[in-house]
Structures are given as structure tokens and as C-alpha cells.
Design a binder for this molecule. Structure first.
Ligand code: NOJ
Length: 703
């Protein structure tokens, strides 16, 4: 922490009344009804630039620099002239909507995600927002949970890489820069483990799994400098995360050295009453503040109760000062005292630039995952008449995904139009928006492309499903045209892995498009017709059926592992034991071969280089994503059958071979051991360089 900042804050705190201190701990919605006197009296620390709790589902007036400046001006009329910090959910883009975070994770390209976050920061700050409630870093092993769309999938290593990259993209080197945002690592922690995939449900996570799977992305975000953290709604292991002193204070601050502030989730301080750990608001306020929760998002509990708790000596002045200090520190570091206002002319320069759109297109293209491509049906070539059918054929805003309150449908070229633009000369496109029409027209065309999936409103906050099948009205298109003898491509837009086992068997080619954002339609056209090639890889396991969930690659072996022969092995009677597609899987328009795995040493001392040759054996250039996995064969606690430790994106020309190198360090093999300490255990390891989490060249080494 900088001495200048600390001196400034201490000086300020020395002048603040208890009311003004408590004021800094309150965040309210920036609605026009908000009494200006609250601001003038210094009773508000932050405004939340959103119209309400439903911001995640649809358009919500973004406000703009003028409105932010208006509120800021009133706040600066307060006695001590402490500026507000204005926050908003700017999750995967502002006006330039990038693919949903899960899709961005599928690109296995953290630098690209970082650039996207940087564009997002520029657009949001031009609108007077200085703080985003992102990145969402919840590990998700259950795609029934609607918020799987908002995170980076199931893997802690990929999650940690994405976390660091996105935090850097939002914040840059200094978040005081006018075009940078303060990031918020959320939801701390374990929120993705909500039972049954039901949002807001309780969860149980063992300490080793919490430490080795759920915490690493948060730790990476803190190491990358994330200014704030948001507590999760969840009751984890019997303690609501909003009141969990061990996690909010001992781990986050004590172990990791976090110096920013923690904001609650929406009303989650008040919800401590419903959880059954607090008797009333006053009790809830005490629990949260003492746990290390600094800012109250909209519940009003701190505002209503902390003054009295202080007078009664139930909280010490020091604990209040500490919370205020953390909030003022971020405000100071964000440059708000010096530059509280937003330059209103930026809006005309910084929004929806051609560069931003181009980046969104690259991101959409790299995020789509080719799951099947029999007889190299894709890219579509040599077909004169192609039928495009499905519920998404005219999609615009439907391509955005969840949490895009600032996206505008009119900025999106509708899918049918975008496909017309990318169709090669001489190819006729026909369109059908009903299964019946699609069936009739199929007889007259040479190939069929179906654009189906789930609407964005079906994923995101509290949009959980009990059935991972395609939603009603989608599979009907496939049923109508499959088996009619025409090459069939199915493109699926979704915010989660759907159980598409039947569609995979019916179609010749399947491309998973996720919710690809503002340039998704154009990116799809480029991939379908082959001006570009798919290179995305699954950041989450695809189950065959809902009943397979939870299913994830970094599982433990069990005493009766699935791969062994015999009846009494872990299994279902009615499903194969493996997923439909494993973590890390994805095809391109060419083929790759892996050969000659080499390890620099038999024993890891310091570092170990693991390398393999990857050859493009097909006829087109293509990007392969070689992945490094390890397995710790014997541990004091059981160890996952594989853990991702590295990945690269490698562009190879036809016939080209490249030796792909990874370096493993001892620290990469550390885990939470049976005695609760974190470190390595000597012994044997398997290592793979692999195209996905189920295949690859295997070697071994010792530590
Ligand atoms: C509730 C959500 O859980 C959180 O992710 C979001 O940032 C807040 N609402 C504010 O909209």
C-alpha cells in the first residue's frame, strides 16, 4: 500500500463522525428517488448504477456520464467531500458485448479475455462507471446452475488464468487511469456448489476441495491486484459466506494479503436473518462487519443499525475504521478524490469502436467449439442451396447472453443477414423458422444448417433447470430434418452445456456457439463457410444426460474406477460411464497428431520440461490447444485422476510440426494435504500432453 494513500486516508478518518464513517459503508441503487440529502450528509459510500435486482435479465438503462456526474456533484457537497464510487454489473462487455464468460474461457486464450475486459473498461468508464461487479470466478461443476454461463467453467487452473487476465484487463496497471475499472472478484466463495444446481441454495465443500478447487481463481485475482471482492449468497458448510470471518478475514486478508474492500451481494447482509444465524438486522450487521464485510449492497442494515451498535459498544471504533479505511483506500487509489467526474465527451469516442467490434468478433470465433464434423462436412463447400432453419435464424440480442443490460439488439446484425454476407458467391440460402417448413424445404436443398439452442433468459442468475435437454421447440427441428439424406449441421447457442446426446448422433456436424455476443453472427458465418476455422475447447464437461451431473474431469479415482472391467465398478446401468465430451475437447478443420513426448528429467528437482511434437496432418492451417495434465499417483489424501497445469494455442500450417514445451515447477504439484498444510508430497506422477482431458501422450516422473 502506498504511504501517500495511507496518510491521506488517516487524515480523513480523523475528521469523520461515526455517521460519516457508517455512510461510507452503504451502497444504494442510483435511482432518481434517492434522497439527495443522504448524499449531502455523507451517508452513502457507493451508488449502484442499475435499476434493480433484475439487471441481469435484459436491458436496464445504463445511465450515463451526466447522471453519474450529477450524483457525484451532490456527494461532493457533503462536509468532507468524499466522492462516490459508482458500480455496475459490467460482466462481458458494455455496448460491445463479448461472448459470455464461459464462452471466453472456451477460447483458452486469457490474453484475448484481457483485451476484451480492457475494451469493456473503456466503454463503462465513459459512462461514469468506475467499478464493475466482475469477474465472476465461481467454479461450476453443475450446469443445471444458471450462473455457469458467467464463470470460467469447472477447472481451477483455467479459472485462475482467466481471473488474473480479466482483472488486469479491467484494472490495467493502475485503476486510477480514466479508462480503467476497479474489478470485483465474486462470489466469494463456493457459490457454484449450490446443491442441485439451484441458485442461492446451500452447499458443502470439504476443506481440501475448497482450497484446491474453489479458491485458486480468487487467489489469482487477488494476486493480480483485484481491488474488491463480493461475498456469495451461499451458506457454505453451515456459515453464510457474508458472515464467514475465517474466509473473509483470515484467508482473504491474513493469508493472501488482500487490502481492498469486500462488498456484500444484493441484500445478503439482511439475508443472514433468513439463513438463521442472525436474530434481527442489528445482529446481522454485527456478524457481517465483524466477519470483514465492508460494504452493504442495498440492504440498509449497516445504515439502520451500526450507529446504535457502536453506541452500545457492540462494535469497536477500530473495526468500523478498518472497514472505512479499506473503502477509502480503493477510492483514493481509483483517483476519485482527484478526478471524481467523468469526461462527458468520451462517450462519442469510446463506445462501440470498429476495433472493439473486431475484437468481439475474434473472441466469438475463438470461443465456438466444433464437437462433431463427420466427413469434414464443415466448412460448407460445394453446396448450391443451403437451408438455414431454427428458432435463432433472426437472432440479434438473443446472441448476447445473460447480464448484458447495456447491450442493444439494434447493434447486432441479425443472424440471417450476417450469414448472407459471409455466404460465398453462387450459394443460395433458404430460411425456415418452423420444423414443418424446414422438413418440406429440406427436399429441395443440398445441405441444412439448424440454428437452435436456449434463450439467454434461460441462463444467468437463478435461471436453473432440472433438465439439461434442449428447451421445448428446439430438438423438433433436428427431428424434422434428420434422416432425410441431406448433410446436417447443427449450431447450438446456449449459456451452459446442454445434454445433446441425441442431436450429436443425428447431425453430421455440431458447432457449439454458446451466447457469442454482438459479433457472434458474423463469426459464425466465417466458421461455417471456412474463411476461419474453429479452435475453441470445452472449459466444462458435457454430460450425456442430466442424471450424470455432477460430472467433471478432475475427479478422484475411487476404489473401483470406471475404466476397470467387472460388474462392481462405479457406473450407471443406463448410461456409459464417460461424458458426452470431456473437458478440453474441441475439433478444428484439420487434424493434429501428437508424438515423441519428452521429459527433461526423470525426477523433478526445481523444474521439469515436458514437451511433445504436434503435427498438423490435415490440409488446412489450424490452431491446436495442447494441454498439460498431471496425476499425483499416491497422496496422503486421494488425488484427482488428472489436473490441468498448462495449455497453449498453437497455429500450425498443413504438414508443419512444432515441439510444444511446458515447464512444471514443484509448486505446481502442491495440494492441501491430510494434515491441512499446503505443499508437495514426494512420489510418482503421470504427466500428459494431450488434446483433451481424456487422451494424450503419457509419461511419468518422480518428485
Ligand atoms: C446479485 C448477483 O448475485 C451479483 O452477481 C450481482 O453483482 C449483484 N446482484 C448486483 O447486481
Amino acid at each position: 500500500m502506498s504511504q501517500e494513500t495511507e496518510a491521506f486516508i488517516n487524515h480523513l478518518i480523523a475528521q469523520m463522525t461515526p455517521e460519516e464513517k457508517i455512510g461510507q459503508l452503504n451502497q444504494y441503487s442510483a435511482d432518481p428517488e434517492l434522497a439527495p440529502d443522504l448524499l449531502r450528509q455523507g451517508k452513502v459510500g457507493s451508488l449502484f448504477n442499475a435499476s434493480g435486482a433484475l439487471t441481469g435479465h435484459g436491458f436496464s438503462d445504463s445511465g450515463n456520464a451526466e447522471i453519474s456526474n450529477h450524483f457525484q456533484k451532490i456527494a461532493l457537497e457533503s462536509r468532507l467531500k468524499i466522492p462516490l464510487i459508482l458500480g455496475r454489473d459490467v460482466i462481458h462487455g458494455f455496448r460491445t458485448v463479448f461472448p459470455i464468460p464461459l464462452a471466453q474461457a472456451a477460447a483458452f486464450n486469457p490474453e484475448l479475455a484481457s483485451e476484451a475486459a480492457s475494451v469493456t473498461a473503456r466503454e463503462a468508464t465513459a459512462n461514469g462507471i468506475k467499478w464493475t461487479f466482475a469477474p465472476m470466478l465461481d467454479i461450476a461443476r453443475d450446469p443445471r446452475w444458471g450462473r455457469v454461463a458467467e464463470g470460467n467453467g469447472e477447472d481451477p487452473f483455467l479459472g485462475a488464468q482467466m481471473a488474473a487476465a480479466v482483472v488486469k484487463g479491467f484494472q490495467g496497471d493502475r485503476f486510477s487511469a480514466p479508462d480503467k475499472l476497479v474489478a470485483c472478484a465474486k462470489h466469494y466463495v463456493g457459490y457454484g456448489a449450490a446443491e442441485g444446481g439451484r441458485d442461492y441454495e446451500n452447499g458443502e465443500i470439504s476443506e481440501p476441495t475448497l482450497r484446491d478447487v474453489y479458491l485458486p481463481p480468487f487467489r489469482a485475482a487477488i494476486q493480480a491486484g483485484a481491488g474488491t471482492v463480493m461475498s456469495a449468497f451461499i451458506d457454505l458448510n453451515g456459515i453464510p459466506a457474508t458472515a464467514d470471518r475465517r474466509l473473509l478475514t483470515e484467508v482473504l486478508r491474513g493469508e493472501w494479503g488482500f487490502e481492498g474492500f469486500v462488498v456484500s451481494d444484493w441484500e445478503s447482509i439482511k439475508e443472514l436473518i433468513a439463513h438463521g444465524v442472525a436474530e434481527d438486522e442489528a445482529h446481522a450487521g454485527l456478524l457481517a462487519l465483524k466477519a470483514g464485510l465492508d460494504m452493504d449492497m442495498v440492504s440498509g442494515v449497516y445504515h439502520n443499525t451500526l450507529g446504535e451498535s457502536l453506541r452500545q459498544g457492540k462494535i469497536s471504533p477500530e473495526i468500523l475504521d478498518e472497514a472505512v479505511r479499506r473503502i477509502l483506500r480503493i477510492k483514493h487509489r481509483a483517483g476519485l478524490f482527484e478526478h471524481p467526474f467523468t469526461d462527458t465527451t468520451r462517450i462519442s469516442r469510446d463506445i462501440l469502436t470498429p476495433e472493439a467490434r473486431a475484437l468481439a468478433r475474434t473472441a466469438a470465433r475463438q470461443s465456438m467449439v466444433l464437437l462433431k464434423n463427420n466427413h469434414n462436412l464443415l466448412p460448407l463447400q460445394g453446396f448450391r442451396r443451403i437451408l438455414i432453419a431454427g428458432n435463432f435464424i433472426h437472432a440479434r440480442g438473443e446472441l448476447f447472453g445473460t447480464w448484458t443490460p447495456d447491450g442493444r439488439s439494434e447493434d447486432v446484425t441479425p443472424l440471417d443477414e450476417a450469414l448472407r454476407h459471409t455466404t460465398p458467391k453462387g450459394v443460395e440460402l433458404w430460411f425456415a423458422d418452423s420444423p414443418d417448413l424446414a422438413q418440406n424445404l429440406t427436399h429441395y436443398v443440398d445441405a441444412v444448417v439448424l440454428l437452435i439452442g436456449e434463450h439467454p433468459a434461460r441462463s444467468g442468475e437463478n435461471c436453473n433447470v432440472s433438465d439439461l435437454s434442449l428447451p421445448p421447440g428446439q430438438a423438433e427441428f433436428v427431428e424434422a430434418v434428420a434422416g432425410l439424406g441431406k448433410p446436417l449441421t447443427v449450431v447450438i447457442f446456449a449459456g451452459r452445456p446442454l445434454a445433446i446426446t441425441r442431436q450429436i448422433s443425428q447431425a453430421d456436424a455440431v458447432l457449439y456457439g454458446w451466447h457469442p455476443g454482438i459479433e457472434g453472427a458474423a463469426a459464425l458465418g466465417e466458421l461455417l463457410f471456412g474463411t476461419e476455422s474453429p479452435s475453441g475447447r470445452l472449459p466444462i464437461t458435457f454430460p450425456r444426460a442430466t442424471g450424470q451431473v455432477p460430472i467433471y474431469y478432475n475427479r478422484k479415482n475411487s476404489g473401483r474406477p470406471i475404466r476397470n472391467e467387472g460388474l462392481f465398478r462405479t457406473r450407471y446401468l443406463d448410461l456409459p460411464p464417460v461424458p458426452l465430451f470431456p473437458f478440453g475437447f474441441g475439433l478444428g478443420y484439420t487434424q493434429f497428431e501428437y508424438a515423441n513426448l519428452k521429459l527433461s528429467h526423470e525426477t523433478l528437482r526445481g523444474t521439469l520440461e515436458v514437451s511433445a511434437e504436434v503435427t498438423n496432418t490435415g490440409a488446412r492451417p489450424g490452431v491446436e490447444v495442447p494441454q498439460l495434465y498431471v496425476r499425483d499417483l499416491v497422496g496422503s489424501l486421494t488425488r484427482p485422476v488428472r489436473e490441468l497445469k498448462g495449455f497453449q494455442r498453437v497455429l500450425l500450417q498443413p504438414g508443419e510440426t512444432q515441439r510444444v514445451r511446458f515447464t512444471l515447477q514443484e509448486a505446481d504439484l502442491a495440494f492441501t494435504r491430510s494434515d491441512g498444510t499446503f505443499g508437495v508430497e514426494p512420489g510418482g506422477f503421470h504427466v500428459w500432453i494431450a488434446p483433451d482431458s481424456q487422451r494424450g501422450l503419457q509419461g511419468e516422473f518422480r518428485l
